[in-house]
Design a protein around this ligand. Sequence first.
Ligand code: ADP
Ligand code: MG
Length: 638
Amino acid sequence: MQKGKINVQTENIFPIIKKFLYSDHEIFLRELISNAVDATQKLKTLASTGHFKDELGDLTIQVAVDKKKGTLSITDRGIGMTTEEVDKYINQIAFSSAEEFVKKFKTKTEAEKNAIIGHFGLGFYSSFMVSDKVEVITKTYKKGGPTKPVKWVCDGSPNYSLEETVKEDRGTEIVLHISDEEKEFLEDHKIRELLNKYCRFLPVPIQFGMKKEQVKVEGEKDKDGNDKYTEVEKPDIINNTNPLWKQKPAGLKDEDYKTFYRELYPMNFEEPLFHIHLNVDYPFNLTGILYFPKVKSNLEVQRDKIQLYSNQVFVTDSVEGIVPDFLTLLHGLLDSPDIPLNVSRSFLQSDRRVKQISNHIMKKVADKLEGLFKDNREEFEKKWDDIKVFIEYGIISEDKFYERAKKFCLLKNMENKYFTLDEYKDKIKGTQKDKDKKLVYLYTSNKDEQHSYIQSAIEKGYDVLLMDGVLDNHFVNQLEQKFENTSFVRVDADTIDNLIKKDDAEFPSKLDDKQKETIKPVFEKVVEKPKFTVMFNNLSESDMPVIITQPEFMRRMKDMSAMGGGGGMMGMGNLPDSYNLVVNTNHKLVNDILKEEDDGKREEMAKQLTNLAMLSQNLLKGQALTDFIKSSVDMIGK
Ligand code: ADP
Ligand code: MG
């Protein structure tokens, strides 16, 4: 037997592995299984090049728990190791890289630690995060020379032993003696959960115990003449060794992608709208499938659905920094050995290759959307309401994406018709220019609440866009900045004649300045200040006597700060509401208020008109609403 000390230069790293790398102990299983997969793949390569001539046989990797002995073992039938190889790879190389990893790790901040520990780096020695003792029993595929099976044992001190052993089968068995604090790794359900998380799509079959399955007994029926079934035990293979994204897109059907979506998200019952199959091998290696899901109103719950793999090994499901932010709303997975994994996020964001990958993904997404739009506009329009949030998000956050998306980004109007940006501009440029030649886009964010304002605009022959999506506030802002000499205004931002000011003079006012001065305080008394500003407008006699408008600029600021974003608006908290109470100087009832001599009566009239205006803006609530209804009933009685 050979005994020795693992080459320890600085300090004993075992306690550090155990104590400091506590955050993600579970990754040891992924590390050991990927080693087993590597060893198996290497053997397959040797066989395919003629360097290994024996039978490959069953290459299934076995994972087994022995609760009585307190062990977890991972067994492969890969290339195995000779004594020299164990000494070289386990005692020296793996150890020094683990040592290096630990050193690097110690200098990281807590946040960075959490970001990298889940990634690759620690390798074989991560097994000591959960074990008191680790055994490696291995037999090389090689014939001749010193090729006897060997057993390496290390108890978590720098001392190891290495001795000859008996092992029938080629390959490596790793036996972990799970430590007392980590007993959960001896539970079947825990191991199954981890295998599902990390190993679901590994290219070599992985078996975890047996499962029961019902199979038909050929040629036999039960007494009712039904098929007879019998229960059989079968190896429980936990992974799909040939996942869809590794297959050639040409041979796949839409249904295959849908089935795979269900495999990826068994808890998600909604079907995806469409998919993009990525397959690049130059200048970087990237495969994957991205799905456009049906959008939920809460965008955040949708994030973190894209999984990142490296050669079919699950790495993480938080891909910020790797794909453009707006694409994190998509589902699916990316697989790339070219994304440096054991680095911090800030490094990822500045890495040239990661940038290239990110740009490529963005380009592919734009290609797909443009293709759908060009090939079948009708279908594209049907999907629009569901995909618009991605496209708007993309336009808001990435100029490069806007350059592509402006061709297929659609606007929808109150007649449920869809227009490209250019088409819509052509539609309204004859009618919706104001006297300064500025093009005014009218929109509504709620067709029910702003109904009367929409009506006024339509009666004038104007077109109104429906902008009721979660991102439309930002989107409107963005378009306004991108288009020249254009403004976007919500229909209730002002009276319609003020929203699109034309040259033709307005109606002359029936009230002179002095009369206005008399009326103004009456209305000021009945509204909440400073929320409301009372002003006059010479509308037609048939317009409403009092209208409440919400000035565009302030409202937009408020909406954006409420959304917690939008360029410097963050942290402004809730801005107060601000409304204009527009009194129509030409309405008969306003004139009646002026003529009324009883102060109480006057106020009552102003209050009633104001309340009606509030009602049409959906602003009358609670006690105010109850009072209004009561006073209206009383009024009818009078
Ligand atoms: P890495 O996998 O990055 O090389 P590890 O620390 O995980 O680092 O493993 C160190 C080395 O030990 C491997 O490169 C390989 O040579 C050897 N090794 C580990 N597990 C096995 C195994 N199951 N079969 C054969 N060799 C193995
Ligand atoms: Mg490894």
